[in-house]
Design a binder for this molecule. Structure first.
Ligand code: HAM
Length: 428
């Protein structure tokens, strides 16, 4: 019997992990430069954690089961509820709290370009502030990460505001907001007639549906946002303060990035816990699924405490990022640490060789010792791809020297051990 890998899951070989890790470090480095701190949590959580606030769509996608103790548990499909649990369990943290995490998450989705059943997901969240500044910092961090990865010019960020959307929908007489959001969330995936039918299904009339469609049909800047909302709502003055907040947020985001930031009424997000600003980033060509997504979720803390703790954050999956980096020809191995391959011709004494390897490693460089006892030509073949080959034979051992070959320039020289150490320090 041949046992196959499970559908939608990936194996990762060293050549891919090396490149992936390089970009993961860039992402976490950017977050740390913004003052975000790493947290972690279990990969298995009670299913109820998602039932109440994440929404049925996500719950239907979980890898969930009943454990041997009869508990309904699930492999985590996202990080946000766990993150909020950690936060609410600590009353002593000075706010705002800035946290990031980089778990694997699992979703039973149809595997397709940029979507798997298991993926790495970087999360960044800020707790304790409900303001334009905190909304802008989160979008600013998301765009700074994409810029830092080398993706400027390749992506755009589309923003909406659930508070505004809810106001507009209610103003149009639509009361079933969760269903209205879930129809709007499908706006780009279903045809116009199905969209209209779905809204009729929750009691909306032709005129109201027309108004909703007039909002969704194009992305706009904040000036046009005002114009569009004025045309649709009965009393603009009532919602004006929210429009002012959105405008201010956009102005602040502009201080973080030069990338295009649009107002897009069709972005409402699939998860139900969002309460304010919501956003997603897409490739400008519009070929791929969302690169990242997030928003404000001020009520999720109520799962764990009576306090309402303002929260805003986002998550980036590794899959679409990898596709984009490959399209930009950025997905390549980079030799960040200098590497040394030590050819071992002396079968007499390995002390000297291990001592050299340890010194190299102590300076945070890579050293591999050949252990095969093959002839020099075979060992040198293994050294290709390294920065340097070091050859240690009987003579080098006896004279306390090393033969060092620069594999890029093919220059070779014999050096005393102390001279080699001096050169090693200045190698970077
Ligand atoms: P989400 O939009 O469900 O949000 O997922 C965030 C990102 O994870 C997506 O934009 C995408 O890059 C990636 N992603 C989602 N599903 C898959 C999949 N099946 N395969 C590969 N990548 C995927 C959340 O999960 C929220 N918890 C984000 C958040 C954090 N909101 C506030 N803080």
């Amino acid at each position: 019997m041949k046992i196959e890998k499970i559908k939608g899951f990936r194996d990762h070989y060293p050549e891919d992990m090396e490149v992936r890790n390089y970009f993961f470090k860039k992402i976490t480095n950017a977050a740390e430069n913004f003052g975000y701190q790493l947290i972690d949590f279990p990969s298995l959580e009670p299913l109820d954690l998602y039932r109440l606030k994440s929404g049925t769509e996500l719950v239907n996608q979980t890898f969930s089961f009943t454990d041997k103790g009869g508990r309904e548990v699930t492999m985590i499909p996202e990080a946000t509820p766990s993150t909020v649990r950690l936060l609410t369990a600590r009353k002593d943290l000075p706010r705002p709290v800035r946290w990031y995490s980089f778990p694997k998450v699992w979703r039973y989705e149809e595997p397709q370009e940029g979507r798997f059943r298991e993926h790495y997901q970087f999360n960044a969240d800020m707790f304790g502030l409900d303001s334009e500044e905190s909304d802008a910092e989160i979008v600013g961090l998301a765009s700074s990460i994409l810029d830092y990865l080398g993706l400027s010019g390749v992506y755009e960020i589309n923003i909406n505001d659930r508070f505004l959307m809810e106001y507009i929908l209610k103003d149009l007489g639509i009361e079933n907001i969760p269903d209205a959001f879930s129809i709007i969330d499908k706006y780009k995936k279903i045809d116009r007639n199905s969209f209209i039918e779905a809204f009729r299904g929750i009691g909306a009339e032709g005129d109201e549906i027309k108004k909703i469609l007039s909002l969704l049909n194009e992305k706009v800047d904040t000036g046009n946002l005002e114009r569009k909302v004025k045309k649709v709502v009965k009393n603009y003055e009532e919602i004006k303060p929210r429009i002012e907040r959105i405008k201010k947020t956009f102005d602040l985001i502009g201080l973080y990035t030069e990338s295009p930031i649009n107002y897009d009424f069709s972005i409402v997000r699939g998860l139900s816990y969002y309460t304010g600003m919501v956003f997603e980033a897409f490739d400008v060509k519009g070929e791929l699924r969302a690169i990242l997504g997030g928003g404000r979720y001020d009520d999720l803390s109520k799962l764990f405490t009576t306090d309402r703790i303002p929260a805003v954050g986002f998550a980036i999956g590794d899959a679409v990022i990898e596709l984009l980096l490959k399209r930009q020809n950025l997905w390549m191995k980079r030799n960040i640490k200098k590497s040394y391959y030590i050819c071992n011709l002396s079968s007499v004494d390995e002390d000297y060789i291990i001592k050299i390897a340890s010194r190299i490693r102590s300076l945070n460089k890579i050293a591999i010792v050949d252990m095969t006892h093959r002839k020099i030509s075979s060992q040198m073949k293994s050294a290709s791809g390294f920065d340097f080959a070091i050859i240690i034979g009987e003579r080098e051992f006896e004279e306390n020297t090393l033969t060092v070959k620069n594999m890029k320039t093919s220059q070779q020289s014999i050096m005393g051990y102390d001279d080699f150490l001096l050169q090693l320090r200045g190698d970077d």
